[in-house]
Design a protein around this ligand. Structure first.
Ligand code: BMA
Length: 334
């Protein structure tokens, strides 16, 4: 008989759910809303800002700002949509705007928002900017459909901006995480695969996507990504970790083999889409080393989980370094 190990499961308590979860639901909204979820997040002065995806009763989404001084309670929510689709001027937003990821770009002195525009040809990546979350400037669509799960890095590499995103190719080639570069945030190229979806039984087989924007740490860019497991009972969204080289973010230093967070609480297991945890933002408190991860639960509510950066780094460090790949990764399979 194999002996039972007394070693605690190292990822079981990496992220702790907040006892007040869910922290925001449609019932908190100042105007009629069907669901609120998948918010982009940032810390602005003394406030936590959530740019929340709000789905209306047509099934179309817009974004609304919620502010709180403790990041947990007493949210002050804009009385009307803060960033509503504008299909007249931006036809790619015909069926709504979804899943924003926020990046403070110091050299531009503004936040860059990468979001999904739901066009009549499918979802695609659009960018916008803001300094105050009251007014927004659109940079327009930057990737053709189908593409989503995008975030811009906060600084340039070799003079170029970098963006992570997830195009989907037709056929059965899998949906992988890609990295692209731009001189001006508008024109993007030098596309290549950063992280591949695995195959077969893996929890991150076939379809993966970036969750929050990359987080700069002394050891590298911390990546939290979702793996979509297709089962006869529906999809399960679980989260895995990777670490990228600080100066060469196209080099993956480590990737966890096991998920670190998965739907378990009732508000993650039951909702519009059962079995989904979907973070679009996290905040690192540089003093305490605490990460606050904000995530959508079951496409229906907003929830919060926290972790210590040191523990997360020590976990991802245990993951193997993926083999070096050719640029497009066409010949490599896990
Ligand atoms: C993904 C995105 C998310 C959503 C998730 C689960 O494709 O569209 O907005 O939370 O599916 O439904």
């Amino acid at each position: 008989m194999p002996e039972k190990s007394n070693t605690p499961n190292p990822h079981a308590d990496l992220f702790q759910r907040h006892p007040e979860n869910p922290i925001l639901t449609a019932e908190d909204w100042p105007y009629p809303a069907h669901t609120v979820f998948n918010a982009g997040v940032c810390q602005l002065n003394d406030e936590t800002i959530l740019l929340v995806r709000v789905e209306d009763r047509r099934g179309h989404s817009h974004l609304t700002v919620a502010r709180s001084s403790d990041g947990v309670s007493n949210w002050r929510i804009d009385p009307k949509p803060s960033f509503a689709p504008e299909p007249k001027n931006f036809p790619e937003e015909l069926w709504g705007v979804e899943d924003p990821r926020l990046t403070w770009v110091e050299e531009r002195n503004e936040w860059i928002i990468a979001y999904t525009s739901y066009s009549s040809s499918g979802p695609l990546v659009s960018l916008a900017s803001t300094t105050d979350f009251s007014s927004f400037t659109r940079l327009g669509p930057v990737m053709p459909p189908d593409d989503k799960d995008a975030a811009v890095f906060p600084r340039r590499f070799g003079g170029r901006y970098a963006m992570i995103h997830r195009p989907v190719s037709p056929g059965s080639f899998g949906a992988h995480i890609w990295l692209s570069f731009s001189p001006d945030l508008t024109h993007w190229g030098d596309h290549h695969i950063l992280l591949r979806a695995r195959h077969g039984a893996w929890c991150d087989a076939n379809k993966i996507g970036l969750s929050p924007p990359p987080l700069e740490t002394p050891e590298g860019w911390l990546i939290l990504y979702h793996g979509v497991r297709h089962t006869p009972g529906g999809c399960i969204y679980r989260l895995g970790l990777a670490l990228l080289d600080l100066e060469k973010p196209w080099q993956v230093l480590h990737r966890s083999d096991e998920w670190v967070f998965a739907p378990e609480a009732p508000y993650e297991l039951r909702g519009d889409v059962n079995g989904v945890v979907f973070p679009c933002g996290w905040i690192l408190d540089a003093t305490s080393g605490e990460i606050r991860m904000y995530y959508g639960g079951a496409d229906s509510c907003m929830a919060l989980a926290t972790a210590q950066l040191a523990d997360v780094l020590s976990f991802v460090r245990r993951g193997p370094a993926p083999p070096l790949r050719d640029r497009i990764g066409v010949n490599n399979c896990d």
